[in-house]
Design a protein around this ligand. Structure first.
Ligand SMILES: [Zn+2]
Length: 108
């Protein structure tokens, strides 16, 4: 199932996730995308807040996850152009979290 651009735009926040400022205060930088996934950095000129939005689509539906960040658009772009996350990286994180015994806040 292909994602229509309009459908992706519908799930990209139109307000600042930090202060609620309207779209005219936001700038969007695509960090990466293919036919099933899109990653966008959003920054707000009103509060200097920023977030990264991860959208994924498959036959089961669309999932959107947003995380607040203190990176600038340029820093985020550099990060995403650096090392590609491998399957082994994902397995290592899974193993770490599977054996982790503590509060989620301790991880960060
Ligand atoms: Zn804001």
């Amino acid at each position: 199932m292909d994602i229509e651009r309009g459908e992706q735009n519908r799930v990209i926040p139109q307000k600042c996730p930090v202060c609620g400022a309207q779209r005219e205060h936001l700038s969007y930088m695509p960090l990466g995308y293919d036919k099933d996934r899109t990653i966008v950095h959003i920054s707000c000129t009103k509060c200097a807040g920023a977030a990264m939005i991860f959208m994924s689509q498959n036959d089961g539906g669309m999932m959107t996850v947003g995380v607040l960040t203190d990176t600038t658009p340029a820093e985020a772009q550099t990060f995403f152009q650096s090392d590609v996350v491998s399957d082994n990286d994902v397995i290592a994180v899974h193993d770490y979290l599977n054996s982790f015994d503590g509060y989620a806040s301790d991880i960060f």
